[in-house]
Ligand binder design. Structure first.
Ligand code: HEM
Length: 358
């Protein structure tokens, strides 16, 4: 309420907040610590969902105003810092000894982080696909089973279903990236497909000769099985082709990504590049966070089965292989050295005065 003179405690609703740790059950300090660490994470998850929703909403506009890109980068930056903080927070959890954990673990029943609906919500919001999850599992299934338990469980289910029916951050980002002018050619303009195809072809030619040169160098070094190395370079080149032209059809989004990564120094590409870097940094921080969770779990409970019924550490290690922004990572594999890039056409369009950008 505006004009209200808050006290610190009222503003933060501390009375309620501090009554939610189960003191009335007479829990040990180990268990209180276990609960507080979880609750802290869940509070951060809430903020993460908020930040990432803002980014998704900004990027899914039909026309994204330029002034919105720095805002998206700021929201992503904050989210990354939260993940880094949460990644460091596992060390607090690790002060729980294996015996200390066993003393209250049975009381958890089947409760597990696996049922964290906020975690599922931000994974869906980011765009983690079911087919990329272990066993192709649909994370919403867990909540379909729980939905009958209470109105709150039913609301959680509908919240997750709603999130899944909206465009994800990854889709919105790639859609936005696909509209990048490539070699001065404007998205959907006349001859755009032809210009982009020409760019992709010249990049692929540069990529091929880079592989051939590398193979030649290797044979100069006396690498024993040069034919094997050549086959590897050929297969890397085939992968580059199918990345840029999946099923033979040019992907403008991936060509745009390649263009932005290849000509990073161009002033007009500064914000797109920052945005892409911010997303890559976010995903990296999330992967590290997942990885450290697995290490903490290994230390506290070894390789036992989880309370959620998964294989435990093995399951968690596999989740740290998940990648949402696969194209952002894949494009790095097919870049060529600056001086091998196709010559930039229309440099002044990108705010660059010289026609030699290498
Ligand atoms: C002693 C501390 C902890 C242990 C031993 C532990 C163990 C596990 C295990 C074994 C799993 C796999 C699912 C299962 O079978 O249960 C899991 C999943 C999970 N845990 Fe923990 N955990 C601990 C602390 C935490 C904390 C503090 C959080 C913070 C919210 C957390 C969040 C999660 C999440 C979100 C998942 C689901 C991961 C996924 O499916 O991708 N865990 N945990």
């Amino acid at each position: 309420m505006s004009g209200q003179n808050w006290t610190y405690g009222n503003y933060l609703q501390l009375e309620e907040l501090l009554s939610l740790q189960g003191d009335e059950r007479g829990i040990s300090s180990d268990e209180m610590h276990f609960i507080i660490v979880h609750q802290t994470f869940e509070l951060w998850f809430k903020q993460i969902i908020r930040e990432l929703s803002e980014v998704r909403n900004l990027l899914s506009q039909e026309q994204v105003p330029e002034k919105d890109i720095p805002k998206a980068v700021e929201h992503l930056g904050r989210t990354t810092e939260i993940f880094k903080l949460m990644g460091a927070q596992w060390t607090v959890m690790e002060t729980l000894t294996p015996q200390g954990f066993l003393s209250f673990r049975d009381g958890l029943g089947s409760a597990s982080g696996f049922e964290s609906f906020q975690m599922r919500k931000f994974e869906i919001l980011l765009g983690l696909k079911n087919e990329d999850r272990l066993f192709g599992m649909d994370p919403i299934d867990t909540f379909r089973k729980l939905a009958g338990n209470s109105d709150n469980d039913a609301a959680i289910l509908s919240d997750l279903e709603q999130m899944a029916s909206n465009p994800s951050l990854e889709e919105s980002l790639m859609k936005w990236i696909s509209r990048t002018p490539i070699m001065g050619s404007i998205y959907a303009s006349e001859n755009d497909v032809e210009s982009v195809q020409n760019y992709v072809n010249s990049h692929l030619a540069a990529h091929k000769s880079m592989g051939e040169l590398a193979a030649e160098r290797m044979s100069g070094y006396g690498v024993s099985d040069i034919e094997k190395a050549k086959a590897r370079f050929n297969s890397a080149h085939e992968s580059a082709i199918s990345f840029l032209m999946p099923e033979g059809k040019l992907s403008r989004a991936r060509a745009s990504l390649l263009f932005i990564e290849s000509y990073r120094e161009l002033p007009l590409l500064a914000w797109p590049r920052k945005l892409i870097d911010a997303v890559a940094e976010l995903e990296e921080s999330m992967v590290k966070w997942r990885h450290s969770h697995a290490r903490m779990v290994e230390r506290i409970m070894g390789r036992r089965i989880g309370t959620g019924g998964t294989s435990g550490v093995d399951y968690l290690d596999k989740t740290s292989q998940y990648r949402v922004f696969k194209d952002l990572w894949a494009v790095r594999t097919i870049l060529v050295k600056s001086d091998s890039r196709p010559d930039l056409i229309n440099p002044s369009f990108y705010g660059f005065n010289s026609d030699n950008v290498s």
